[in-house]
Design a protein around this ligand. Structure first.
Ligand code: KG4
Ligand code: ZN
Length: 389
């Protein structure tokens, strides 16, 4: 099955085309086209993501990214495609909510022949609702123009399943996975321990009671005068301090470590950092040390809770998913600790580009949902959509 996948939940606009084969136990994905535009440089000026700005940028970029993804997949074929009055009216009822998109869309759809694609997958949530809506309306309009089935995808399921995937030759494969799978999903909006006992059936074991860990990274970065997005910047500073292996004068708390459950809290940790920078001008060295102390505390809590969840659930596979799983220190800590403490558990960490937001992961999750025939035409953006309850 050839699947077109669209992601616009936050500050990345992405359109991918995947050739998908196999079943849940053994699936293969060939990336035929992959076009992604990050809005980071635009949001940097504001120090964070503004939903209205994100929406405007997605609307501007979706049609060019679709064209470039189709071209890479050798599926772009120009031609005169007249629209009946009826078809145009149907499209406009979807596109009238997206004034930034409609003109480019109509021009594209009337000059491009229907490509050999079998279905369209699009992120329906969670994320920023105005941003999600552009992608959804774009996908709905495409599905209507090309008469294709549409699959709504949960963004966190995308992170989860992409983390299970491995590169094998030129393909991305998900195979040889032993259930149950425990997932630690860590991003700008989420910090969750989720158990997948059966394929695509999730149970929430624990989550943050306040800030997500990525949000804490971003806020600490701001306190240290680092640009948005803060996670990679905090990581760079902390790594510098690690290279020198100095003792660290900053000691930070490990919130909720003894709470007895699998929930997290990162707002206290963030506030502890705030007290350490308040009314002070930190030297470069002190900033590195504080970044390292914060990263150590965050990684420590994440690991200890995950380790407890492994003990309690008997999971045989652990996946890390979401933007924060790009963090070098967290990857290293998990890789080492799992060998020492849970040698029977197989750890899966998403490969390079699949770590942060992208449309390939939406295509992967979309294929799994398409296998279950979970097509829909009339769905809405859901900013708080959960994967498990
Ligand atoms: O999954 P993602 O790309 O978008 C959301 O769905 O939120 O995650 C973005 C988050 C941001 O908070 C960003 O600072 C964080 O992931 N992040 C990192 C790193 N790379 C991205 N945090 C720590 N270390 C990193 N290397
Ligand atoms: Zn994400």
């Amino acid at each position: 099955m050839k699947l077109l996948a669209i992601e616009t939940s936050c500050d990345e606009t992405a359109v991918s085309i995947l050739e998908c084969t196999g079943d849940e136990q053994s699936a293969s994905f060939k990336v035929l086209g992959n076009a992604l535009l990050s809005q980071i440089d635009i949001h940097k000026e504001y120090g964070g993501v503004f939903p209205a700005v994100a929406k405007r940028e997605h609307a501007k970029n979706l049609v060019p990214l679709l064209a470039s993804s189709l071209e890479e997949a050798e599926l772009l074929s120009e031609g005169d495609v007249p629209l009946s009055e009826e078809a145009r009216a149907a499209l406009m009822s979807t596109l009238e909510r997206e004034p930034g998109l409609s003109e480019a869309f109509l021009s594209f759809i009337t000059t491009t022949q229907k490509p050999a694609i079998d279905a369209i997958a699009v992120t329906a949530g969670p994320g920023l609702e105005p941003a999600l809506w552009v992608g959804i309306n774009f996908a709905k309009a495409l599905a209507s123009a090309w008469d294709l089935p549409l699959v709504p995808v949960n963004h966190m399921e995308g992170h989860f399943l992409a983390a299970l995937a491995r590169k094998e030759n030129e393909e991305i494969v998900i195979k040889g996975i032993t259930l149950p799978v425990l997932g630690l999903l860590i991003s700008g909006g989420h910090t969750e321990l989720v158990l997948m006992r059966d394929w695509l059936s999730y149970e929430l074991l624990g989550s943050t009671r306040d800030d997500a860990v990525g949000e804490a990274f971003d806020k600490v970065a701001r306190m240290l005068d680092l640009p948005y997005p803060g996670g990679p910047e905090v990581s760079k500073l902390a790594e510098r301090d690690r290279e020198d292996a100095r003792t660290n004068p900053f000691v930070l708390p490990r919130p909720m470590l003894d709470s007895g459950d699998l929930d997290f809290s990162f707002s206290g940790l963030k506030t502890a950092v705030l007290y350490m920078v308040k009314d002070k001008t930190l030297s470069e060295l002190e900033k590195e040390q504080l970044a390292r102390a914060f990263e150590d505390a965050a990684a420590d809590v994440l690991w200890k809770k995950t380790s407890k969840a492994l003990d309690e659930s008997g999971a045989e596979t652990l996946v890390l998913g979401g933007g924060v799983s790009a963090n070098i220190h967290i990857r290293r800590e998990f890789t080492n600790s799992i060998k020492d403490e849970h040698p029977q558990v197989s750890l899966r960490i998403p490969e390079g580009e699949l770590t942060t937001d992208n449309a390939v992961m939406i295509g992967i999750a979309g294929y799994y949902r398409a296998l279950k025939k979970e097509f829909a035409t009339d769905f809405v953006a859901n900013g708080n959509q959960s994967l498990a309850s």
